[in-house]
Write a protein that binds this ligand. Structure first.
Ligand SMILES: Cc1ncc(COP(=O)(O)O)c(C=O)c1O
Length: 455
């Protein structure tokens, strides 16, 4: 059977299959400049298996077809979303993850990687300034990490069966919070939205007022959710004031730092998110900026034991852990879990502290540079301290802004720039995420000129 690599000797067919696949991937990435961020017309390969299995050459042809219809995150004009080009070390990590096929469910299925995940989560939580009791677990994306955080918060608030419990959250929080509240079986009004100031940050007076109304109604608050890096403009909620308020009122503070959390990993940008240290739980998504291949998201908690308290069920079919006591399948919602931590670990090791700092600083620099180049007499720019920025025409009605966004998005695509088109406060914007390391100032000049001329 050629389907599996031989466990007895070096397998030349497997090796050449791997080499050829790597060759295709290298040439797909290296010819990105000949294309735009989005593919042109493409054919899908056949989906169903044939009667007899296909040889490597044909499988690679199929894969080639799929690649030709894929989004090019390495294109310098790919600025629409939080999907940067992949780090080479992280691609290798992904390949090794597949080849090892270990399972984070249990220590005996992933002896070294289970330990690696615990240690790396602990290191990152300590970089965020969380206490020595902290730790965490990897999750398939920020939405899942946010859901798990609210489940842990609820199990701590003793309101597991209380349908009157609420979550206090900014009106600019990511939709995953609303989804989490809904799948937790809480009624729609359990999501208490707090208004934001002109910079898109939670208004602390509104937060306090809302909380006192909730107390008067005799409701329990499961958690206050702050955001460090909102989805449209990268705003950071006032974490110092919010954490102080949560401490005084004895409330769980979850910070959705899916976007902003990685800024804590460099000394020069740490101050932007310094009060993450005071949260009970934090979501961090290295996939969104550092180039760690998807998915790479972590839920970090100030007290690691809280994860087990919330998610443990007992595992009658799994050997108890030898040294770590708690099995990977009992500290989160997922059972079987790929060894995704490898690509985060190896990616961070590849970058080193200087590489991490450079990526973060350059992302902020590109956002600032773009903001400076935009004509403030024509365009309204909304942004924050991170690497996101969104624009809409000044003095336009929402209908005009809508038409402008569609027209300008397609004009930009003709010049190979892909921006996204979010709706924010009832009008459309074009959003640029400036985390792509291939985007040079010359590209930004061209982008700004097209935007300035669009109004
Ligand atoms: C602030 C924030 N939190 C959470 C998420 C959800 O992350 P994911 O897409 O990995 O589920 C996003 C996605 O963009 C986000 O912007």
């Amino acid at each position: 059977m050629d389907f599996f690599a031989s466990p007895n000797h070096s397998d030349p067919k497997f090796k050449s299959f791997l080499e050829d696949a790597c060759g295709s991937l290298c040439s797909w990435i290296s010819t990105t400049h000949e294309k735009g961020p989005l593919p042109s017309l493409f054919d899908l390969p056949d989906v169903q298996p044939c009667l007899e299995g296909l040889p490597p050459e044909q499988l690679l042809e199929d894969i080639q077809k799929l690649m030709s219809g894929s989004y090019h995150s390495s294109h310098p004009g790919a600025l629409a979303h939080l999907d940067p080009p992949p780090l080479t070390g992280s691609i290798i990590g992904e390949l090794i993850c597949a080849g090892l096929n270990n399972n984070l469910l249990a220590e005996e299925l992933s002896p070294s990687i289970t330990k690696l995940e615990r240690s790396l989560c602990k290191w990152i939580s300590e970089e965020l300034g969380m206490p020595s009791t902290s730790g965490g677990v990897a999750a398939c994306g920020g939405s899942l990490a946010n859901l798990m955080a609210l489940l842990v918060a609820r199990s701590n608030s003793n309101s597991l069966y209380n349908s009157d419990a609420v979550v206090l959250v900014s009106e600019e929080a990511h939709v995953s919070i609303a989804r989490a509240v809904s799948v937790m079986g809480l009624p729609p009004d359990s999501l208490c939205k707090i208004s934001t100031d002109n910079d898109g940050r939670i208004d602390i007076t509104s937060l306090k007022k809302r909380f006192s109304e909730i107390k008067t109604l005799g409701k329990t608050c499961i958690a206050v959710v702050a955001t460090a890096g909102t989805t449209i403009r990268g705003a950071i909620d006032p974490l110092t004031e919010i954490s102080h308020f949560c401490r005084v009122e004895n409330l769980w503070l979850h910070v959705d730092a899916a976007i902003g959390g990685v800024f804590a990993l460099s000394t020069s940008t740490k101050k932007l998110v310094s009060d993450l240290s005071k949260a009970n739980s934090v979501t961090v998504n290295p996939q969104k900026l550092l180039g760690i291949t998807k998915t790479s998201s972590l839920l970090l908690v100030s007290n690691f034991d809280d994860l087990f308290k919330c998610f443990s069920t007992g595992f009658p079919y799994i050997e108890p852990s030898s040294g770590l006591q708690v099995q990977g399948g009992e500290i989160g919602l997922q059972g079987t879990r790929a060894a995704e931590i490898i690509k985060l670990w190896i990616g961070l090791r590849q970058l080193g502290q200087n590489g991490i700092q450079l990526l973060l600083e350059q992302a902020i620099f590109r956002r600032r540079y773009l903001a400076e180049k935009l004509d403030s007499r024509k365009l309204k720019v909304i942004t924050g301290p991170l690497h996101l920025l969104a624009v809409t025409p000044l003095d336009a009605t929402s209908l005009e802004a809508d038409e402008w966004s569609v027209r300008t998005k397609s004009r930009l695509l003709e010049s190979n720039f892909l921006l996204s088109r979010p709706k924010y406060q009832n009008r459309y914007y074009l959003k640029a995420v400036m985390g792509n390391p291939h985007t040079q100032t010359s590209h930004i000049d061209e982008l700004a000129e097209t935007l300035n001329q669009s109004v």
